[in-house]
Design a binder for this molecule. Structure first.
Ligand SMILES: Cc1cc2nc3c(=O)[nH]c(=O)nc-3n(C[C@H](O)[C@H](O)[C@H](O)COP(=O)(O)OP(=O)(O)OC[C@H]3O[C@@H](n4cnc5c(N)ncnc54)[C@H](O)[C@@H]3O)c2cc1C
Length: 381
């Protein structure tokens, strides 16, 4: 019997519902303050670990949830409906950091680091630099072999979770003369000599999510902390991001759904010309179109996630879902502001924040142009 994409297995549904309920109860009351203070309280991060959303795919044996990639996608969507900043904290932890370790760490590294990541330690993924964003393999951070490991020098920019993280996956080039074939992934601990978390960005949206510079000045990394093979870091980077961007699609679907939920509630309450504004057909059609777009984006996200999980080709579908979901999020959040009228433009109401938050979906984990490039390559060779 075939199953609809949105028909969840029993454990998926229970998990999604428990995360959604947590988000409403434990995150929602803090959203405005977190945005204003550009900070996530430690206690909330602790609660996310207790809930089990910070180590979703980590095997039971390492203290994790023993869940699936699809569970991670559901969690990111359910949380982002309430706050996309917490959504990206959870997303980076699961779909980038833990995902990379699950795929590339040897047994020793996996045991050490996955156990920590599932039990209270936040991770970050450090690829981008001031001079290399879309052209990520042009990174300038260098690694040099030493007697007991490697010495890293360079700067990373835009690193999500950097304020809270203790473990960083850092990409550096060990053999610049070999081009991208020299790129290697290293696990760097916050306490490593020569490692500093630098300036925190003051952002338009997802303000509670930390985005910082990393400074590596003769940063010493032990030999065992190479993630995957030397010179194969480009594979770690690209393959993790190919999967991770499905999570960003989920973040944007959640955001759009959150904006629509607020809008439906508000338009039923707000009265003009003697009736609720939701009674005007012009408003109803705008809401219907937004719901239709969200449904399409969600189906694309779920399909990409299911394809990835079942070992089928998913590259174009992942790029398409992120491209679509981020555009839908921007349109729906913009509609939400419009339908709130003047109240949509002020911070006392929730939709102006979601409008600001939506913009990032078209930028990180590959800009929209880079998604189009990936899709075109799949189509045209
Ligand atoms: C809030 C935030 C969080 C982030 N978190 C992380 C993180 O955790 N880890 C990490 O490593 N990075 C992170 N990033 C970095 C992010 O992935 C990059 O900003 C993004 O990949 C774009 O790179 P860039 O900013 O250098 O823009 P550029 O690459 O300079 O792009 C500028 C413009 O040129 C366009 N462009 C570039 N090349 C092409 C091309 N070939 N064809 C057509 N158009 C092109 C782009 O689409 C874009 O519109 C984060 C960024 C932000 C803002």
């Amino acid at each position: 019997m075939s199953t609809a994409l949105t028909t969840l297995l029993e454990d998926e549904r229970l998990f999604r519902d428990s995360v959604a309920e947590f988000a409403d109860r434990e995150i929602r009351p803090h959203v405005r303050r977190m945005d204003e203070e550009a900070k996530i309280p430690h206690e909330l991060i602790d609660r996310l670990f207790e809930l089990g959303v910070m180590g979703i795919e980590v095997p039971d044996a390492f203290g994790g949830g023993g869940g699936t990639f699809f569970h991670a996608v559901l969690a990111v969507e359910a949380i982002s409906r309430v706050d996309p900043s917490i959504g990206v904290l959870v997303d980076v932890q699961n779909t980038l950091v833990i995902n990379a370790l699950l795929r590339w760490a040897d047994e020793d590294l996996a045991r050490t680091y996955l156990t920590r990541l599932a039990s209270g330690t936040v991770g970050a993924y450090a690829l981008s630099e001031a001079g290399s964003g879309s052209d990520a393999f042009a990174l300038a951070t260098q690694a040099v072999e030493s007697s007991d490991g490697f010495v890293l020098n360079g700067r990373k920019l835009w690193i999500t979770n950097a304020s809270e993280a203790e473990i960083f996956i850092v990409f550096a080039n060990l053999k610049p003369e070999a081009g991208y074939h020299g790129i290697t992934a290293f696990l760097v601990e916050r306490g490593c000599p020569g490692f500093t978390v630098g300036r925190k960005e003051d952002k338009l949206g997802i303000r509670a999510s930390s985005t910082c510079e990393l400074l590596l000045e003769d940063c010493r990394v032990p030999r065992r902390n190479v993630l995957g093979e030397i010179g194969k870091g480009y594979k770690v980077a690209i393959e993790t991001l190919n999967e991770g961007r499905i999570g960003i699609g989920a973040q944007m679907v959640g955001l759009a759904q959150g904006a629509l939920d607020h809008t439906i509630r508000y338009t039923k309450e707000r009265r003009q010309f003697g009736k609720a504004i939701a009674d005007f057909q012009g408003v109803q059609f705008q809401i219907a179109r937004a719901a239709t777009e969200i449904e399409a984006a969600r189906l694309m996200v779920y399909n990409a996630a299911r394809l990835r999980e079942s070992g089928q080709a998913f590259l174009a579908e992942a790029a398409m879902c992120k491209l679509m979901a981020s555009e839908v999020a921007e349109r729906v959040a913009s509609l939400a502001v419009n339908l709130y009228g003047g109240y949509g433009f002020v911070k006392d109401y929730p939709v102006e924040k979601l409008f600001r938050d939506a913009k990032i979906g078209q930028i990180y984990e590959g800009t929209s142009n880079l998604q189009l490039q990936t899709i075109a390559k799949q189509l045209l060779g």
